[in-house]
Write a protein that binds this ligand. Structure first.
Ligand SMILES: Cc1cc2nc3c(=O)[nH]c(=O)nc-3n(C[C@H](O)[C@H](O)[C@H](O)COP(=O)(O)OP(=O)(O)OC[C@H]3O[C@@H](n4cnc5c(N)ncnc54)[C@H](O)[C@@H]3O)c2cc1C
Length: 295
């Protein structure tokens, strides 16, 4: 049986207390939220914190708050709470698409949005979702709060803008009229990490033209958004040929590696196919279904 190296444990009841504990215990302290990434890493001795600071009692980190023009989601919000939220599904169906295929109910009952984004696993689903929704991440530290846009927050595999002595407190999603969004993932078996996945968000004006577009890929070696794919969409009306071109550009921007989940050609094919599908769904959800030709 794998067991973690010995560690001490502290339970914070506020963000201020958690920050104070992180500062007191320095480099060797790590936060734990759902524990579904940290604890496996500790058991494998890939992480060996001397102190684990538990934030599960920090009530101020656990909320879903609808405000004019935005939705605020506390970092300790569980996957299952996002999936069960009516307002999340109504405003951002892409979040429900992703949450349905993140792990299994056991993981979803504990794992959190803050832990997922902070972990920054290359196959993690919510980073792509937050990227395409142009979310912002609120980070608390000794000197107060700062708000970081997703592209600056996510710095690469297992690397974020959140320093070791800081805490992700909230994720903010801007609400845009006329937006449709979607996420689709291929997994080898139910509950597995992605072989490949794609997410898209489109904003359509009253005339049915695309005014904003964002396309992202998961587990496909693309850091940030597929910028060229999005650029060809803006100013156009949704149709199948346009989506095919955007999907081709997204696949070209991907840089998958061969591993146990499949060879490079297969993953590039998935990048193309999944991008096409999420664009269709996002357009349909934005109310443009009748404008999509030949889908
Ligand atoms: C079997 C299994 C299958 C999975 N499948 C998927 C999948 O298909 N897709 C997917 O996206 N994920 C998947 N996951 C990961 C799951 O979504 C976890 O919930 C997630 O990786 C981490 O969230 P957590 O709350 O458990 O974080 P924890 O494990 O508690 O923490 C992870 C890291 O984030 C840090 N951290 C936690 N909270 C904060 C915070 N508020 N501020 C700053 N740092 C913080 C911790 O210090 C640690 O370094 C899977 C996990 C398991 C165990």
């Amino acid at each position: 049986m794998q067991v973690p190296a010995p560690f001490d444990y502290a339970r914070a009841t506020s963000v201020a207390e958690a920050l104070e504990l992180l500062e007191r215990h320095g480099e060797e302290a790590r936060l734990v939220a759902g524990g579904h990434s940290l604890l496996p890493m500790m058991k494998l001795r890939l992480a060996r914190p001397d102190w684990v600071v538990d934030i599960n009692d920090v009530a101020e980190l656990r909320h879903i708050t609808e405000e004019p023009g935005r939705l605020r989601v506390g970092a300790l919000t569980r996957h299952a709470e996002l999936l069960g939220s009516e307002v999340v599904g109504r405003l951002f169906p892409i979040v429900h698409d992703a949450e349905r295929v993140i792990a299994d109910p056991v993981v979803r009952n504990r794992g959190t949005i803050g832990g997922s984004l902070a972990q920054a696993d290359p196959a993690e689903d919510l980073t792509t979702v937050c990227d395409v929704l142009r979310a912002e991440v609120v980070i608390a530290g000794r000197d107060g709060e700062r708000v970081v846009a997703m592209p600056e927050f996510h710095r690469g595999p297992y690397e974020t803008a959140c320093a070791q002595d800081e805490i992700v407190t909230e994720v903010r999603f801007p609400v845009r009229a006329g937006q449709g969004s979607a996420y689709e993932k291929v997994e080898r078996r139910v509950g597995d990490w992605a072989v490949a996945a794609a997410g898209a968000a489109l904003v359509l004006d009253d005339g049915g033209a695309i005014t904003e577009a964002a396309v992202g890929l998961t587990a496909l070696g693309l850091e940030g958004l597929a910028v060229e794919a999005a650029a060809v969409l803006v100013g156009q009306r949704p149709d199948e040929a346009l989506f095919a071109e955007a999907a081709r550009l997204a696949a070209a921007a991907s840089a998958p590696v061969e591993d146990g989940r499949g060879p490079v050609d297969y993953k590039r094919h998935l990048a193309d196919e999944l991008t096409r599908r999420v664009l269709r769904t996002a357009a349909a959800r934005a109310g443009a279904l009748t404008a999509v030709q030949g889908g």
